[in-house]
Design a protein around this ligand. Structure first.
Ligand code: B3K
Ligand code: ZN
Length: 886
């Protein structure tokens, strides 16, 4: 194996956690910003932490890529013999119990391409400190359990950087010599360094206000490049909705006088919840009907909510250490999901969340990076901002609510804030608040935090006509994951109903109970095997299991096709109704893929086509649900399904099978799709409202099916929609059809000419091509990387083109000659030099290598080894490739 030796980066372990030796009460920062270097003066008021076991422990401050200019302890300059410096830290061995430490460092944001710490984007300065970026600004105890009060003074040239922002409330500003000016900010709340933020530059603001439930007025400001000011209205409306929702649902109010959001085009992730000064990727702020799709509008609403909700779940109560990341992220994702459910259609939101969980998180759980919701070790913490910590973490929080009820969950939240406001705590503290507020035993529930892997719930049903009873045998197991061979049973909430022949739910009475209950019931499954007997059933029911996806598990129940079709037509639970259709679809897709592999003809089953026809004809169903029912699972999800059945992944067969289903449905339901397309036409102005979004989603699904048919009149239909569209949703959907045909070339050229000035719209242009079956090839992606709008230094561009190709275009990326793997390796190494976090995200494209068919497996293995053997690899990429090679 290449170069994975003892000098390699070592993991940090949860079991080694120790409280910090010192605590910081107060931090005064002064930034002197300039073009070719910036100076940071930090004054720390420190005291020894009585909770640390060694009362004479040295003070070890974190710091990276810093030039130390001055160091003073209690006013006296420290000479070189009193401290030690290395690439990662500054250590002062002999420290008084109380001290004032002054540190002056010089930093170079202008050459910082990692977008971590303080960096430049265009001519402006922005910061990103989570998880460990503050140590690139000054020497500090850069860990979340050190919470301090910050004041920040920023000094800069007034013409070049007229707007100077930091956390908290602005308390003063003034002019200085040489055309410079200063602004001072005070944040009255103590916070860890990862929530620090600074922005400086030429920005314009959209201003508004919000009055809290207790009557305080909060100034709302969204800061963007002046040209983008007309794209902030939706973001502002989303802020106000989020503030009102958190008051109503959780009694949580905003706590500063000003709430600021800044948008920047160079950003590693979606957004960041810095106290009072959220910094956002432009993708999650800027929207106008002609530039942003319904999915973008929805994403903005939910990311704005997410960052706003962090003010309580993350900022007021934060994490003790980074292993506890899901404490704030799982909880905040759950909160934003609940918010989105209240803003739009709850079933649609839920189905979309489950689709995303299954496509991405189940894959992570089944691969080399599998880790528990609370990981036990990491090499680079930035690699653990994962779908497991976020999305599975949100499912774990949802399970508390499913077990305790909405009121019980609220009682738990109230107790959590009462106990821990202003503290840095653990996932166990959260679980204890939920348990104590409800007098409910959540001891076994702790395993959701410590055990990785997707549990499998195997259910079998037996109807006894003579006894009029229905028995459910429930067994659970969980596959081995790296470092965890054996798993103990989970505490699983299993929500279910029993559906009668007329489609209605039957009353549920378990053996031993006196009264039946109506509708859905939540069973608490704790054992490896359990039996539940329902009584008084005159007819055999169809079980509707895991309603609303009550736990993040794989369900195994041997449904007959007739039972699935019955649930698809009648289940009162929208999730299970969708799920029944998906199960049918998945069964038939697996059959088609097998047929493609064996070189047999690919034909759709009649009962499946009939079921889909009925779905499409059902005008009483929300069109958004119909659209979801007709949406095929992603190629990567099908690949994981193959691997789950013990088969080698064959990307060509998967593509062939999936396309056969799409084409088959398009041929069989041509008339119905055409009718739906006409019926759902909307001639009014664009509105981002659930009903209008739903209509557009189904209409565009219909178009995408029709666009499979090689008929000039249908391709023309897409062309007409493109030309007539008054919004980006319809324009993009039409272009997505056109790119698969030669007619797409002219449309793509017109699109690029029209939108060359708009970076976010150009991202769509790259993604459409990266995912196209006609254009999504290694050679074409390489050509597009030469396009003037592309940049390897911009994460949005890398994600839209390279990320979209290597992560989502299964057949394109996995070209049989291995050219996709070489391309990925080269690109990862090139990006790693600029931005290790970004490179590590790309390296995730190797995670399925062991499951590929032998030819591709060998080729991908070689590409991974090449990356792993590269000298000077970042810790970030090293961790991903080394775990792949283990
Ligand atoms: N907390 C940030 C993510 C920081 C990622 C650092 N690599 C955004 C969020 O989850 O809200
Ligand atoms: Zn978050």
């Amino acid at each position: 194996m290449a170069k994975l030796d003892a000098t390699a980066p070592q993991p940090i372990q949860l079991k080694d956690y120790l409280p910090p030796a010192f605590l910081i009460d107060k931090v005064d920062l002064t930034f002197d910003l300039d073009e070719d270097h910036s100076r940071v003066t930090s004054r720390l008021v420190l005291h020894r932490n009585p909770a640390h076991p060694d009362t004479r422990a040295p003070l070890r401050l974190d710091g990276r890529e810093l030039e130390l200019e001055a160091l003073r302890l209690d006013g006296e300059p420290l000479d070189g013999s009193r401290y030690e410096l290395d690439a990662e830290s500054l250590t002062i061995a002999s420290m008084p119990d109380n001290a004032i430490l002054e540190i002056v460092t010089v930093i170079h944001p202008e050459t910082n391409t990692s977008l971590n710490g303080l960096y430049r984007s265009g001519a402006n300065f922005y910061s990103q400190c989570e998880a460990e970026g503050f140590r690139k600004i000054t020497y500090y105890l850069d860990r979340p359990d050190v919470m301090a009060r910050f004041t920040t003074t920023i000094v800069a040239d007034k013409a070049k950087w007229p707007v100077l922002l930091s956390n908290g409330n602005k308390v003063g500003e003034g002019a200085l010599d040489r055309n410079r000016h200063w602004v001072k900010w005070v944040d009255p709340f103590k916070k860890p360094a990862y929530l620090f933020a600074l922005v400086a530059g030429k920005l314009s603001k959209l201003a508004d206000k919000f009055t809290t439930a207790s009557g305080r007025e909060v100034a709302l400001e969204i800061w963007v490049e002046p040209a983008d000011l007309d794209k902030c209205d939706h973001a502002m409306a989303s802020v106000k909705k989020s503030m009102a929702w958190d008051e109503q649902r959780y009694g949580l109010e905003y706590d500063l006088d000003t709430y600021m959001i800044v948008a920047v085009g160079d950003f590693n992730m979606g957004a960041m919840e810095n106290k009072g000064l959220n910094i956002f990727n432009t993708k999650y702020v800027l929207a106008r009907p002609d530039t942003a799709t319904d999915i973008d509008f929805d994403g903005i609403e939910s990311v704005i909510a997410h960052e706003y909700f962090h003010n309580w779940t993350g900022n007021r109560v934060t994490c003790r250490d980074w292993f506890q990341l899901s404490l704030k992220e799982g909880l905040t994702v759950f909160r934003d999901q609940e918010f989105s459910a209240d803003m739009g259609s709850a079933p649609v939101q839920r189905i979309e969340a489950v689709r995303a969980l299954r496509t991405h998180q189940f894959a992570e759980d089944a691969g080399p990076m599998a880790h528990p919701v609370r990981p036990e070790s990491y090499i680079e913490i930035n690699n653990f901002y994962t779908v497991t910590v976020y999305e599975k973490g949100a499912e774990v929080v949802r399970m508390y609510q499913t077990l305790l009820g909405r009121d019980g969950f609220r009682r738990g939240m109230d107790l959590y804030f009462k106990r821990h406001d202003g503290q840095a705590v653990t996932c166990d503290d959260f679980r204890a608040a939920m348990a104590d507020a409800n007098g409910y035993d959540l001891d076994q529930f702790a395993r959701w935090y410590s055990q990785a892997g997707t549990p499998r719930l195997t259910v079998r049903g037996r109807y006894d006509a003579a006894a009029r009873s229905y028995t459910l045998e429930v067994a659970q197991s969980c596959p081995a994951t790296p470092g965890q061979a054996e798993k103990l049973p989970f505490h699983i909430p299993l929500a279910l109903g029993l559906v009668g022949p007329d489609g209605a739910d039957l009353p549920l009475r378990l053996a031993g109970e006196t009264e039946a209950t109506a509708g859905t019931r939540v069973l608490s499954v704790k054992g490896a095997r359990e039996t539940f007997v329902f009584e008084d059933l005159a007819v055999e029911p169809v079980p509707s299991l895991l309603r609303n996806f009550s736990a993040p598990v794989q369900l195994d129940f041997p449904y007959t096709r007739a039972q699935l079709i019955h649930l698809l037509a009648h289940d009162g639970d929208a999730f299970c109704r969708w799920e029944a259709g998906q199960t049918l679809m998945l069964q038939d897709l697996q059959g088609l893929i097998e047929a493609a592999r064996a070189g047999k003809p690919l034909a759709l089953a009649d009962d499946f086509v009939a079921a889909m026809r009925q779905v499409l004809a059902d005008e009483a169903l929300d069109p958004a649900l119909v659209a979801l029912m007709l949406t095929l699972p992603a190629e990567t999800y099908l690949a994981d399904g193959q691997a789950g059945h013990g088969l080698d992944i064959d990307p060509d067969a998967i593509r062939a099978g999936r396309e056969a289903m799409k084409l088959g449905l398009a041929q069989a339901l041509r008339g119905e799709f055409k009718q739906a397309y006409v019926r759902l036409q909307d001639d009014g102005p664009y509105r981002f409202e659930a009903a209008a979004v739903a209509r557009r989603s189904l209409r565009n699904v219909a178009l995408s099916y029709l666009g499979e048919l090689d008929e000039p009149v249908l391709i023309e239909l897409a062309g007409k929609q493109y030309a007539a569209a008054n919004n980006m949703t319809d324009a993009q959907a039409a272009l997505a059809v056109l790119v698969n045909w030669a007619e797409g070339d002219a449309a793509l050229a017109a699109f690029a000419a029209k939108w060359a000035h708009d970076a976010l719209v150009m991202d769509k242009w790259f993604t459409l091509q990266a995912g196209s079956r006609r254009l999504g090839t290694v050679a074409q992606v390489q050509r597009l990387m030469q396009h003037p709008a592309f940049s390897l230094a911009n994460p949005n561009k890398v994600r839209s083109l390279v990320g979209a190709f290597v992560h989502n275009n299964l057949a394109g990326f996995h070209a049989a000659d291995g050219s996709g793997y070489d391309f990925a390796a080269d690109t990862i190494l090139a990006v790693d030099k600029l931005n290790p976090q970004m490179a590590a995200r790309l390296a995730g494209c190797f995670n399925r290598w062991k499951k590929l068919e032998p030819g591709r497996r060998g080729l991908m293995h070689a590409a991974i080894e090449r990356v792993a053997g590269h000298a000077g690899l970042s810790r970030d990429v090293y961790e991903i490739v080394s775990k792949n090679l283990q």
